[in-house]
Design a protein around this ligand. Structure first.
Ligand code: GDP
Ligand code: MN
Length: 391
């Protein structure tokens, strides 16, 4: 399944700087004392910013302008000892482990510049707006005309006339500033293409009161399927910011995505997993995850899949739905029995098996006499049973 790798703002800033996009001077720190030291090094007004994989930090109080060491101390202490809750995090929020201390700028205007993949048009699209600084989703909804788009030819990239048009649309009339803005747009497009991005965004790009054009916030997502080509990105990978279960799953070649519901799903094949989630919803339940064990699953990987599902406290019931083609039903049955012995099932596990070696699988399961195990006739029966159990 295609997903993306994220990086922190400070890492995105490093990529921008490398591509020739001007960014204010900054340091990354992990303690209050180091934040103060970084502030003293900058010598002047600074902005302290939480480094987390979520936006909306400004409104949440996790981007703070500081004029003296007391303010830095207070801001850093607050950010490192409170979880950040913003529109993008969910109520439980996220822990902040790193802070960026950056030289602050005097802003005259804020702009939005981004490159994303346009799936419908099958090419990258550059989007710019003079409504920078605020959430772009709000601009898209309330003032769609304020976003100007420009599609890139997959081989030619950003053409000179396109770049000039975008700069004009942003309202840069001063020659030096227009040149600076063009350099930013070019740099961002270069990063997008060079690193196989799914998204490269500067929000805001600012024009300072003394006419400088600078990127002061950046977000970048990279296509997971291409990160093997970029050593630099592999080094930027921060496992502590990822969902622990999703990482464990990756090690065993399982496609696992955590969701909000209460019914754990263990399925082989992405399409069957989708259908399983649909049927759970149809019968009034909510899936707790998407888990595709793949076609050629081993017993070890299947046991790991159970460990991952059962370690999620929200899970009140499990639906195992296996269509044995390449994957064999008895492999899954063995994994089920091993998982039951190792972890112990405290919640109902509804099992629907069909296909290769299903008879042998049924015999194994029957002989194992696992009390929480509930056999199902077919997928609809399985979905109904598991939904009834967790209701
Ligand atoms: P986000 O809220 O997570 O997107 O974090 P940003 O880095 O975009 O910061 C949010 C807002 O804080 C920006 O849109 C600016 O208005 C403000 N801000 C951030 N850095 C500076 C700075 O150096 N100077 C000034 N004056 N404002 C800043
Ligand atoms: Mn921002």
């Amino acid at each position: 399944m295609a997903s993306t790798m994220k990086v922190h703002e400070y890492q995105a800033r490093a990529l921008l700087a490398e591509a020739g996009v001007p960014v204010p001077q900054s340091s990354v720190v992990e303690s209050v004392d180091d934040a103060v030291a970084a502030f003293n090094k900058i010598g002047g007004r600074a902005v302290v910013k939480a480094q987390v994989f979520a936006g909306g930090r400004g409104k949440a109080g996790f981007v703070k302008l500081c004029d003296n060491t007391d303010q830095v101390r207070q801001a850093a202490d607050f950010m490192l000892s409170n979880r950040m809750v913003s529109v993008q995090t969910g109520a439980e929020g996220i822990e902040v482990k790193k802070l960026l201390v950056a030289s602050a700028v005097d802003i005259e205007s804020e702009y939005y510049v981004a490159v994303v993949m346009d799936r419908a048009k099958r090419c990258p699209v550059v989007m710019v707006s003079t409504e920078g600084g605020v959430e772009i989703e709000v601009v898209a909804k309330e003032k769609p005309d304020a976003i100007v788009k420009c599609w890139l030819h997959p081989h030619m990239g950003l053409l000179n006339f396109q770049c000039a048009q975008l700069v004009t649309k942003l309202g840069f009339t001063d020659k030096a500033q227009a040149k600076a803005a063009a350099k930013v747009i070019r740099g961002l497009v270069d990063i997008f293409l060079k690193y196989d991005c799914a998204l490269a965004e500067i929000n805001p790009l600012v024009r300072t009161t003394d006419g400088e054009v600078l990127a002061i916030d950046a977000k970048m997502n990279f296509d997971d399927n291409a990160t093997f080509r970029h050593k630099k990105l592999q080094e930027m990978f921060d496992p502590t910011e990822e969902n622990a279960n999703e990482l464990r799953a990756k090690e065993f070649d399982l496609s696992y995505i955590a969701l909000d519901g209460s019914i754990g799903c263990l399925v082989n094949g992405a399409g069957l997993a989708m259908a399983t989630m649909d049927l759970i919803k149809l019968h009034g339940g909510e899936p707790a995850n998407f888990l595709d064990v793949g076609g050629s699953v081993t017993t070890e990987a299947a046991i790991e899949a159970f460990r991952i599902i059962l370690s999620d406290e929200k899970v009140n019931g499990v639906l195992v739905n296996i269509f044995g083609g390449i994957a064999k039903c008895d492999t899954i049955a063995e994994a089920l029995i091993a998982a039951a012995q190792e972890i112990g099932f405290k919640i109902p596990v509804v099992v629907r098996l069909e296909g290769t070696n299903v008879e042998r699988a049924r015999e194994l399961l029957e002989a194992a006499k696992i009390p929480q195990l509930i056999p199902a006739e077919d997928l609809t029966d399985a979905a109904k049973k598991v939904c009834a159990k967790v209701a």
